[in-house]
Design a protein around this ligand. Structure first.
Ligand SMILES: [Zn+2]
Ligand SMILES: [Zn+2]
Length: 369
C-alpha cells in the first residue's frame, strides 16, 4: 500500500515535471506565408557582465522552445576580465554554437556596442568577428560591424539610467546612423520594460521592432514561469527556419514582440499574427432563442483582452472579454435580429499594440446559419 502510494506520487511528479517543461515552451502559430520564429537577440553571459556560462543560455532557450538566440556581450564593458581572460571576443558565440548543435537551436553571432547616449547601446547581429569590430571611434565600430553584414539595432532607448524620463529621443547621431545604413532596428521591449514611444519611433523612422530579454541572471529567476510568466521574445516572420532567412526578415522588418503578455508591432505583422491566433466560428442559436453562440479559439500562448466596440451585447460577458492561452470559449451574442444574415463583431485587442496608445482593432464578420 505504502509502496503503491509512493509509486503513484513518483509517477505524478514525473508527469508534473514533463507537463511543466512542455508548457514552458512558447508557442505561436505561423502566419500566412511565413513561419513565426521565436527569438531572443540580446543575452549576456560571463563573457561580459552576465552571471552564467554560455551553455546555460542554450539550455534556457531550448526549454523555452526558442528557434534562435544571439549572445551579445558588451564590447566596452568587461567587469570579469581579471577572472576570465577574454582575448578572443568570439568565445561566447563559439561555446554556445557548439552546445546548440544537438538541439537544432540557431545561434546567431552578435555583440553589444556599448556607448554613452547618444547613441547609447546597440546590438550588431550576423557578424563574423567581434575582434574586428572593436574600435575607439564609435562610428567606426558601427561601420566595422556593417562591413561584416550586420543588422544593427538600438538597445533600450528608454533606459532610465541613460534617459532619465524614459522617453526615447531620436538624436542627430541616430539619424546619421540611419542615413548611413548603420541602424536598422529599435528595442521596444528590453528586460523588464516596454516603450510605446519606441514603438512609435520604429514607425516614424522605419526601424524594425525588436523585443529582447537582455538577460544577465537566470531566466527562471527573472520571470515567473510557474505562474504563466514568460521571457520577452521577438517573433520573426521568416520564410525558412535558418539564420539567413531570419536576417532577411529582420531587414524587411517582419517582427512582433511579446512582453508580459503584450504583443507589440507594426500593424501589418500584428494583424497577421492575430488572424492566425484567433478563430471565430458561429455555433448556432441557443435552443429556439435568438441568442447566437460564437466560439473563439486561441491558438497562441498569449492571453487576449478583447474590448467589444460593436453595438451587440453579450448574454454572459461585459464588453471586456478575456481569452485564455490555447483555449476555446463561447460568446453568446444578443440582438442578432431575424432579418439579419451577417453579424459584424468589432473588437479592440487591448494587449496588442500597433502604435503609441493604439490597440489593434479587428472586425469579424459572422454569417448566421
Ligand atoms: Zn545595454
Ligand atoms: Zn545588454
Amino acid at each position: 500500500m505504502i509502496k503503491q502510494a509512493l509509486i503513484s506520487i513518483a509517477v505524478l511528479m514525473s508527469f508534473g515535471t514533463a507537463a511543466q517543461d512542455l508548457d514552458r515552451k512558447i508557442e505561436f502559430p505561423n502566419i500566412e506565408g511565413y513561419l513565426s520564429l521565436k527569438c531572443d537577440f540580446h543575452i549576456h553571459t560571463v563573457f561580459s557582465d552576465g552571471l552564467v556560462w554560455p551553455t546555460i543560455r542554450v539550455d534556457e532557450a531550448v526549454k523555452d522552445g526558442l528557434d534562435a538566440i544571439a549572445l551579445t556581450e558588451h564590447i566596452e564593458y568587461q567587469p570579469w576580465k581579471d577572472d576570465i581572460k577574454h582575448e578572443d571576443r568570439n568565445r561566447s558565440y563559439q561555446i554556445a554554437s557548439e552546445a546548440a548543435r544537438p538541439h537544432d537551436l540557431i545561434v546567431i553571432h552578435g555583440t553589444e556596442i556599448t556607448r554613452d547616449l547618444p547613441p547609447g547601446h546597440a546590438n550588431a547581429l550576423f557578424i563574423t568577428d567581434v575582434n574586428e569590430i572593436m574600435h575607439e571611434d564609435m562610428m567606426q565600430s558601427y561601420r566595422n560591424a556593417r562591413a561584416q553584414g550586420a543588422f544593427i539595432f538600438w538597445n533600450h532607448p528608454n533606459w532610465n539610467a541613460q534617459q532619465k524620463d524614459a522617453i526615447p529621443v531620436m538624436s542627430d547621431i541616430h539619424q546619421q546612423l540611419i542615413k548611413e545604413d548603420l541602424l536598422h532596428g529599435i528595442e521596444v521591449v528590453n528586460d523588464l520594460t516596454f516603450s510605446e514611444e519606441a514603438l512609435q519611433l520604429s514607425i516614424d523612422h522605419k526601424l524594425t521592432v525588436m523585443g529582447t530579454s537582455d538577460i544577465h541572471g537566470l531566466v527562471d529567476y527573472q520571470y515567473d514561469l510557474a505562474n504563466g510568466g514568460h521571457r520577452p521574445i521577438c517573433l520573426v516572420f521568416a520564410k525558412e527556419r535558418t539564420a539567413e532567412s531570419i536576417k532577411e526578415a529582420l531587414f524587411a522588418g517582419r517582427t512582433v514582440t511579446w512582453f508580459e503578455n503584450i504583443l507589440a508591432g507594426k500593424e501589418r505583422d500584428l494583424r497577421a499574427l492575430i488572424e492566425a491566433s484567433l478563430d471565430f466560428e458561429v455555433k448556432g442559436y441557443i435552443g429556439d432563442s435568438e441568442v447566437l453562440q460564437v466560439e473563439i479559439q486561441n491558438h497562441s500562448d498569449a492571453r487576449f483582452f478583447l474590448k467589444n466596440t460593436s453595438p451587440y451585447d453579450f448574454y454572459a460577458n461585459t464588453d471586456i472579454i478575456e481569452v485564455l492561452p490555447k483555449s476555446r470559449m463561447t460568446l453568446q451574442v444578443l440582438s442578432t435580429r431575424a432579418d439579419k444574415t451577417e453579424v459584424p463583431l468589432k473588437f479592440d485587442i487591448l494587449n496588442a499594440i500597433k502604435a503609441h496608445k493604439s490597440p489593434l482593432d479587428i472586425e469579424v464578420s459572422l454569417l448566421e446559419e
